[in-house]
Write a protein that binds this ligand. Structure first.
Ligand SMILES: [Zn+2]
Length: 248
């Protein structure tokens, strides 16, 4: 359902802007006639205001990362194209980590629209390797679509052609979020505290014994640190659930 509504909205964008591999949300705003205001510090990430012919998108100036600003604008355009309310006040605007995200249907749809606008799955799929993902693949994809590395990583994992990959994000040593291309229910098995010392971890290695609750045997582990206290950890191997399944 989310996908149908999004696909329709993306069709509208293609009619307005012509077919492209991905779209700049600020350029799309100009085309639609939506003014964007980005210099005010606001309580929430973004707002869409439609009243008396006026169309405004506010993005909080507290958000300084350009990729994040673009994502918020894309999210608000999603509300404009798909939903009917005159006012949307949006917090926690982010790339959807799974279908089961605990937010309202309209917020989910706006997030899905944003990620499809900025990095359409149909454009992404041919860029993915026929093997487990590496951060070098993800970095290429981030550059290709001009999106953040986290956005590229989440979307790449979700579309990955390889089975049994997990992406974990730890901030200050604590689990912030995770995503996977599988449907495995393993949330409670993921260490809430980062089990490896990020400051000395190799960027790419095979490891045993660290992720035993998630994987069977040897695990390919890549560590990327976009910021000092933030670590993205990409794991691939044979996940416990599927190992049980194969053995039974
Ligand atoms: Zn929203």
């Amino acid at each position: 359902m989310v996908k149908d509504v999004c696909a329709e909205a993306i069709n509208v964008v293609q009619c307005l802007m012509g077919k492209a591999s991905h779209y700049n949300p600020f350029a799309l705003c100009e085309r639609i006639g939506i003014s964007t205001i980005t210099d005010k510090p606001l309580q929430k990430d973004g707002y869409l205001v439609c009243s008396d012919g006026l169309k405004l998108i506010f993005v909080s100036s507290n958000i300084q990362n350009q990729h994040r600003r673009e994502f918020v604008v894309a999210h608000e355009i999603g509300h404009f194209l798909m939903h009917q309310e005159q006012l949307y006040c949006c917090s926690n605007v982010s790339v959807p980590l799974s279908e089961k995200v605990n937010s309202s249907r309209q917020e989910k749809e706006a997030n899905s629209f944003a990620t499809e606008l900025l990095a359409p799955a149909t454009e992404l799929l041919p860029l993915l390797p026929n093997r487990s993902l590496c951060f070098s693949d993800i970095s290429f994809i981030a550059d290709y679509f001009d999106i953040s590395l986290s956005h590229a990583a989440i979307k790449s994992i979700q579309c990955s052609k390889a089975a049994d990959e997990v992406l974990l994000c730890y901030e200050s040593g604590r689990l912030k979020w995770y995503t996977t291309n599988g449907s495995q229910e393993f949330k409670n098995k993921i260490p809430k505290r980062c089990p490896i010392d990020i400051s000395v971890a190799m960027t790419s290695t095979y490891t045993n014994g660290v992720w035993d609750d998630l994987f069977e045997g040897s695990v390919h582990q890549e560590v990327f640190r976009p910021y000092k206290d933030k670590a993205l950890i990409l794991l691939s191997g044979i996940m416990i659930d599927s190992a049980d399944w194969y053995n039974s």
